[in-house]
Write a protein that binds this ligand. Structure first.
Ligand code: NAG
Ligand code: NAG
Ligand code: NAG
Length: 474
């Protein structure tokens, strides 16, 4: 039926074109710009040809949770879930116990109003009981799709311990044509995990996004497919297997973070890939991101600068103080490192290994390069952490970073003493344009703005676009 319609349309189109051609030659106007477009051969379904830019309303979140973890994790989820604009549900295995009592006096409005649903019970029919939770998680895409909500371009899957940076997620997804089939996400940081569960699998905790047409096709085959992959470990691996049967590969976006690492994510956050930060996972397992702060407080601290300049959060800039012979690496909105010796940009670009692998807690390998974090504090950089954030006008920001004295510090080196005398660093920058990440990625430059007298307590850095011939060289 569809083929017939298409052929008829094609024929009509051809016929009209020939007539038009004859008409044009007859008029003998070879340069007339007569615009003629064939009717879209696949009209009748799908969004209009010139779709509006993707925004947060076009995303539907299907977050995997459970009645057991619901109460504990709501605080984490409410950090990023905006009840006004975020669409979606937390899918639980059953009604949370004592629904009324779960609201404590200290809960924020967001925590109270996070929307949840109970997964449809089909998952309980699968034969192997120990594998049912994975089946339920995988079927969240089906439960979400079946709500048949209007204007959904992307289904975004995540766990209840995933923190999304929705503004950046929107800007990442807006780069893809949501009318085509896309599977966007990331795999594990630990090679052992990627080897076991697949380099082509988007790990569920880091989150992933399926465009509407892919979701539509996936839900049609899902239950049969899940049955074929009963022996698979996680829901993410099963989803990947089913998408592979459809024939769509994973498109990797390095701003998603599964965070299959143990210990402190510091090194990774301080040398983030040149891509917008989209998600963080396992934040309850990893060390708090800031010294002297709880995990939740740390996340709140990171979200503050993110709200001011979302595209810039964690973006790295490298500059040198040629007089004092210092190398400086800024991860905007989070941390600054000063090395009292020359370190190349190529080296500073590699994360310090402040973490171990997920499963075996070993020193690697990871799916990216790492640098050793020296045990001797005199071989480590001096670190600063975000302290204050302010907006300058409506287009700029000023962030300040405070010297960290919480760990062991190097106390027998004159070079270090000079750095440690700097108690706080202020950084000014312009907010990144809304289309910043739609262009080819390009690291911004930084420059030291003060003269840096002996034992100066403050330092001023400006982050700006690099000049035409400027490179970051010592
Ligand atoms: C998102 O775009 C749609 C048009 O496609 C518009 O109707 C809607 O108001 C926008 N939502 C937001 C939050 O900007
Ligand atoms: C963290 O706490 C310790 C001891 O409580 C204190 O000495 C240190 O200055 C604090 N660090 C920061 C960065 O506030
Ligand atoms: C210097 O640091 C070492 C360990 O990092 C410590 O044992 C020593 O007491 C410190 N000395 C001073 C003067 O603070």
């Amino acid at each position: 039926m569809f083929a017939l319609v298409s052929r008829t349309t094609l024929f009509l189109c051809l016929f009209t074109s020939i007539n038009l051609l004859l008409y044009i030659s007859f008029l003998n106007h070879p340069h007339s710009y007569l615009r003629f477009t064939c009717p879209n051969l696949e009209t009748g379904s799908g969004p209009p040809p010139h779709a509006s830019p993707t925004n947060i309303s076009h995303l539907f979140f299907g977050i995997g949770g459970s009645a057991k973890t619901w109460e504990k994790r709501r605080a984490l989820s409410s950090l990023w879930w905006d009840v006004e604009s975020t669409r979606g549900f937390f899918w639980l295995d059953e009604e949370p116990l004592n629904k009324k009592k779960t609201i404590n006096s200290g809960d924020t409005k967001a925590e109270i109003s996070l929307p949840y649903r109970v997964s449809s019970p089909v998952w309980t029919w699968f034969t192997h009981s120990h594998l049912r939770p994975g089946v339920r998680m995988a079927r969240i895409i089906l439960d979400s799709y079946n709500l048949k909500l209007p204007d959904v371009r992307w289904f975004v899957m995540g766990d209840d311990d995933t923190v999304f940076f929705t503004h950046n997620l929107v800007s990442v997804l807006a780069r893809y044509d949501h009318r085509e089939m896309w599977y966007v996400g990331v795999n594990s940081e630990s090679v052992e995990q990627s080897v076991k569960h697949g380099y082509g699998t988007s790990f569920g905790g880091g989150g992933f996004a399926l465009s509407y047409p892919l979701a539509e096709k996936l839900v049609k085959v899902l239950d049969g497919c899940l049955d074929r992959y009963q022996n698979f470990y996680g829901s993410d691996e099963r989803i990947c297997a089913c998408i592979t049967e459809i024939g769509v590969p994973l498109t990797k976006e390095p701003g998603f973070h599964q965070f299959d690492i143990r210990g402190d994510a510091y090194g990774l956050l301080a040398a983030h890939p040149m891509a917008p930060l989209v998600s963080l996972h396992h934040v309850e397992v990893l060390a708090p991101m800031f010294p002297n702060k709880t995990r939740i407080h740390s996340l709140k601290s990171l979200i503050e600068p993110y709200r001011l300049d979302p595209h810039r959060i964690l973006q790295q800039s490298v500059c040198y103080d040629s007089k004092r012979k210092w190398s400086i690496s800024v991860a905007w909105g989070y941390t600054i490192q000063i090395y009292p010796w020359p370190v190349t940009a190529a080296e500073l670009n590699i994360p310090l290994q402040t973490f171990k692998t997920w499963k075996t807690k070993s020193n690697g390998p990871f799916t990216f390069n790492t640098r050793l974090m020296p045990a001797d504090p005199c071989e480590r950089p001096v670190m600063y952490f975000l302290d204050q954030v302010e907006e300058v006008g409506s287009i700029g920001t000023r962030t300040s970073y405070k010297l960290d004295t919480s760990g062991k510090t190097c106390n027998n080196s004159a070079d270090y003493d000079l750095v440690m005398a700097v108690k706080s660093i202020r950084v000014t920058s312009m907010k990144m344009a809304p289309d910043h990440w739609h262009k080819a990625p390009h690291r911004q430059c930084c420059e030291i703005m003060d003269k840096g007298g002996k034992k100066s307590r403050n330092m001023l850095i400006r982050i700006r676009k690099c000049r035409q011939w400027e490179t970051t060289a010592i």
